[in-house]
Ligand binder design. Structure first.
Ligand SMILES: C[S@@+](CC[C@H](N)C(=O)[O-])C[C@H]1O[C@@H](n2cnc3c(N)ncnc32)[C@H](O)[C@@H]1O
Length: 373
């Protein structure tokens, strides 16, 4: 999803955007970072890199963190927490590295102000991230705090919900545009529908929450209020949208409804209880974006996917369907030729997003078929 996130960041006005293996770097002033926090649908957090260098042991990390002017960035009465993430590291104990960074920050404060910040491991006002590679460290101030995918609308639990940022990414990858009909026929808690409705109404995903950057010195409340007001003004009028959701489980229809209600979007989306194998298409053409259930029982999955393939063929010609699945057998059992397979991660799961262009006529996968069926 890094390439798609890079495109989103460039659209928001970030410069020097460079996708990497597990994140995207960009340049800009702090107001740009606030804007990304407010508007990005795909990012999970925005990190401000404050130092980088090489290290061999925990003492090197202590010295590096001790050199930094922490009290220029936040007041001593703010709570801190250090999180360490290591790709490959020669250190025996990451806990000890974390402790050394905490000591360095507190010692530096004590030397500068004769006071030290307290630690709040659960909800720090200033989250600090130490990232370790084989011989390089990077220190970041986490400007987001709570991950950005926590939009605040998920009030009803559903089994195996998609991350909100992944749902928004799937919509971007599908090429769906807001005026086109969209259906998630196995919607669960309705994450894909919620993200789609927010995109269609140009709702900034971060409008309802607070961010860690509000706790930094130099936070300009006037400028931040202006950015939020601009976002409120840019929001489209709430209206019925061509966005449709369905689930066979009445509890999920209820859950999706409650989540949509929490987001103020219940009247914008049409929900129904139904079986994906039987429901008619709600429009002559459109986009299906969905994550079908998987991993119940292999033979049950095989039959389910084969039936899903048939239902697509019978009821949705003219539509483009996008299914995310971690099951490598999914495309075989669907028995339709996927025109694209995009590798993605859903948390720790290796997934693919499969694209099916559903046109009238023969849909069965054949040995000599090309990319489009
Ligand atoms: C992996 S979950 C979807 C999660 C959802 N994307 C979310 O973010 O909450 C799959 C959903 O498919 C639904 N489902 C299973 N079989 C179905 C069928 N035959 N027709 C419609 N929905 C079905 C399940 O009830 C479940 O809610």
């Amino acid at each position: 999803m890094e390439a798609e996130l890079a495109r989103e960041l460039a659209e928001l006005g970030a410069t020097e955007v460079a996708p990497g293996a597990s994140g995207v770097e960009f340049s800009g002033d702090l107001a740009m970072a606030w804007k990304v926090n407010l508007w990005s649908r795909l990012a999970i957090r925005v990190l401000w890199q404050v130092d980088q260098g090489s290290y061999r042991d925990e003492d090197d990390l202590y010295r590096a963190a001790h050199r930094l002017p922490w009290s220029d960035w936040f007041a001593v009465d703010r709570t801190i927490a250090i999180r360490t993430v290591a790709h490959i590291s020669p250190l025996k104990s990451l806990n000890f590295a974390t402790l050394r960074i905490k000591d360095a920050v507190c010692d530096r404060f004590r030397e500068d102000l004769e006071l030290r910040p307290n630690v709040d491991a659960r909800s720090p006002q200033i989250p600090i991230l130490l990232y370790l590679d084989r011989d390089a460290y990077t220190l970041y101030l986490d400007l987001s705090g709570e991950p950005l995918n926590r939009r605040g609308y998920r009030v009803e639990p559903s089994p195996a919900p998609l991350n909100e940022n992944l749902a928004a990414g799937l919509l971007r990858l599908s090429g769906w545009a807001p005026e086109q009909p969209l259906l998630d026929p196995m919607m669960g808690g309705g994450t894909i529908l919620l993200e789609a409705a927010m995109i269609a109404l140009n709702m900034a995903p971060g409008l309802k929450r607070h961010f860690a950057f509000e706790n930094l010195i130099g936070f300009d409340k006037v400028e931040w209020t202006r950015l939020r007001k601009d976002a409120e003004a840019a929001q489209g009028e709430k209206r019925a949208l061509p966005i449709y959701g369905c689930d066979i489980d009445p509890n999920m229809v209820r859950a999706a409804g409650l989540n949509l209600k929490e987001a103020g979007l219940l009247d914008c989306v049409t929900l129904r209880e139904g079986n994906v194998m039987e429901i008619p298409a709600p429009a002559a053409a459109g986009f299906i974006v969905s994550n079908p259930p998987y991993g119940v029982r292999l033979d049950a999955d095989a039959t389910f996917y084969a039936d899903l393939g048939s239902a697509m063929k019978q009821h949705f010609s003219g539509w483009s369907a996008y299914f995310i699945s971690a099951d490598p057998e999914f495309p075989k059992h669907m028995r339709l030729a996927a025109s694209r397979r995009i590798p993605l991660h859903n948390g720790p799961l290796d997934c693919r997003l499969y694209e099916y262009k559903l046109v009238a006529g023969t849909m069965r996968k054949q040995a000599d078929q090309q990319t489009t069926v």
